[in-house]
Design a protein. Sequence first.
Lengths: 317, 317, 317
Amino acid sequence: MRHDHLITSKQLSREDIETVLDRAAEIDADPSAVADRHANTLLGLLFFEPSTRTKMSFETAMKRLGGDVVDMGSVESSSVKKGETLADTVRVIEGYADALVLRHPKQGAATMASEYVDVPLLNAGDGAGHHPTQTLLDLYTIRENAGLDDLTVGIMGDLKYGRTVHSLAHALTNFDVRQHFVSPESLQLPREVVYDLHQADDGAGIREHDSLEEVLPSLDVLYVTRIQRERFPDEQEYQKVAGEYQIGPEDLEAASDDLTIMHPLPRVDEIAPAIDETDHAAYFDQAHNGVPVRMALLDLFLSDDGAGGALGGDGDE
Amino acid sequence: MRHDHLITSKQLSREDIETVLDRAAEIDADPSAVADRHANTLLGLLFFEPSTRTKMSFETAMKRLGGDVVDMGSVESSSVKKGETLADTVRVIEGYADALVLRHPKQGAATMASEYVDVPLLNAGDGAGHHPTQTLLDLYTIRENAGLDDLTVGIMGDLKYGRTVHSLAHALTNFDVRQHFVSPESLQLPREVVYDLHQADDGAGIREHDSLEEVLPSLDVLYVTRIQRERFPDEQEYQKVAGEYQIGPEDLEAASDDLTIMHPLPRVDEIAPAIDETDHAAYFDQAHNGVPVRMALLDLFLSDDGAGGALGGDGDE
Amino acid sequence: MRHDHLITSKQLSREDIETVLDRAAEIDADPSAVADRHANTLLGLLFFEPSTRTKMSFETAMKRLGGDVVDMGSVESSSVKKGETLADTVRVIEGYADALVLRHPKQGAATMASEYVDVPLLNAGDGAGHHPTQTLLDLYTIRENAGLDDLTVGIMGDLKYGRTVHSLAHALTNFDVRQHFVSPESLQLPREVVYDLHQADDGAGIREHDSLEEVLPSLDVLYVTRIQRERFPDEQEYQKVAGEYQIGPEDLEAASDDLTIMHPLPRVDEIAPAIDETDHAAYFDQAHNGVPVRMALLDLFLSDDGAGGALGGDGDE
């Protein structure tokens, strides 16, 4: 079947994911080949929450394909203030654009909104819900740096609240990947996410740890996330926990020379700046990969053969 | 004569209006024919007040004609904060753009600003003053759905403060239209507007009512507006009044099957969502019509034969 | 040598300046010749402080060259709020754009940021530091109106805090220009700036005054700046000082018929509106000149022969 909208990475089969990543790699290798491919195309940006890099990289992606954007602007300057429902807002803005990108603070907002529009809608984050384009650019970065077969990945930091992490972990169950989750006990993966991962992967590849030390030597990829100050009732407690899950050059002595370090950014001090200059650091490339991956997605969803047409499969989404 | 600027729909003759609507219909039928017509053209956006749909649809219109926009951004981030006059601001920005769109909270701002610039200036709302592009898209929607001859239109809700309503009512006096105004007594049309309409139309077509019931069966078009909470000193009073001027499916039993329901949006709860799915609902189309109508206006004002050249006539503006 | 970035006008030799101004004049004479010259080029806008005209004219310049922009938006809506460093922000955004424009409240920010990026970075103001594109458009305006040889320039107003003034004064030492500085004693040029100008120009052309009267008749150009209310502890003191350094039509009786009056804008009441209509007034042209000058700079920095390649010279930046 075809996908009309992109709501969650869970809707994508392994084959779908590979279609996106292959297209992104093609585009990355020769962006000029698609520089005018979607001329006269407008992408509507509906960001109900602030975002720098997701919004800018979607905008860049559309413009690198020859198109342009129309931006709703901030909620403060919009009709939302006057009490308009999301269903009404998206139905108005779909009249201006050929596709929509939506970020919204409420989980489920993207699914709901997609039911009201005929143009493709791409979810750019719905609260604690999904953020599939982040997952796809993470997968692309992993594949470019370490491949996606016979791989050992460590995911460290705030595993409790991070939708990025849950979504990536789930997507990785499509591939031959062992996953180690490293966090303080208070920020462990929620039990329902662990259950979900075991369901998806027979539990074979999933392990949880409270220290990086024991798993670092075995890792091909280390994915670090930010531990948010606001999750802790007490500054001292935060400092103690955050300090234990920072990576500095000295920590890397036990790591493989080929270790790839990723981070969805922005970072605060989870990764020491001294690592930026090493071959381990892939986080800026990772941010930049948002462009070819989102170009690939837009191209697939905007192509003449129908919305998301090339994202074939036999699922029932 | 030619129009240099678009300040009010009152400056437009019936012939001018038909020129705009005809051009909009042409563009609507085949937008690709004009997709590069105004390449290398920049439209300056000066919004001194928030706006979602007017701003986005002007931006969309310019981009659908192959051009682009430069946006002053919000007043908070602009030189206005430093005490710059509107006359200075528009004279600076006219150096960047081929035409300007201005929204400003003060009535008369567009007229004043237009005296300082040589490029076409289009009024996108000046406080309690005018909003001519809204009127034109309303007329376009009425014409597409019900024609503009031998027509009965009901206009309901807040008729006291709504510039949209005053402007549309005046424009309709150019056509063979009977107008019924339905509102609570406290939100009736201001007497000077009624006087003005009688002057324009010999009073023949104008009637006021405090209930929809008596006129609904005769209507071809029902134009609903939002009753603003902030107009009422007291929440209870608001609830009582607002409740009486809401439309639900049960209210439509007495209506013609061909009744067209319009609303300038955003709505709060003036029109029940159940009506969205019926053939009566034209309000989303109405919002979308902002694009072809503004494309037509931009095209007419930016064309080589002079600013607003094709909006000929023998009036004296 | 070549310039990788544009941080300060001090890095530019007289030859460099003339290269920019000549290119701007060429573009100004026939903008259509470059209307598609940088198609498919994206300029990243990073404005950590509000700005209307600098930002809009950079955006206009890029679009008039056929390119487009991606805008970080306001700091409030960006990752900066989450504690991201400037070094990280510019490294992420360089992945989206072919060149960057940075405005930042901290002096030295542009230099620091430029060390982290490979694409050209143009400083659009760094606190009390530099604002080289303003200086170049000022020089362009002076050259267009009065030439840059055997010239007498008066600079009046707030000479203490204005980076615009310091930067322009320094750049003028490259040319055969006598400079008269007119200000209240409390807003005189800082001693280190005077020292710096004497170093650059053997002090030959620099004079300071507390009244315009004595120098006005000799001036070819009068550059007026805004005296900021917030510099004064006391409103009465401000009114007294500001009133003395305002220019009205009656002040111009003693001036040359060819006197050119400039102002970086926004003005409050330093220049009476009655002067706008005279041939003396060059300040709106000056604002508009931001476009061809920034087009010239972008063109030089984005051209195939390397970043800022055509800004050759044998200095060492």
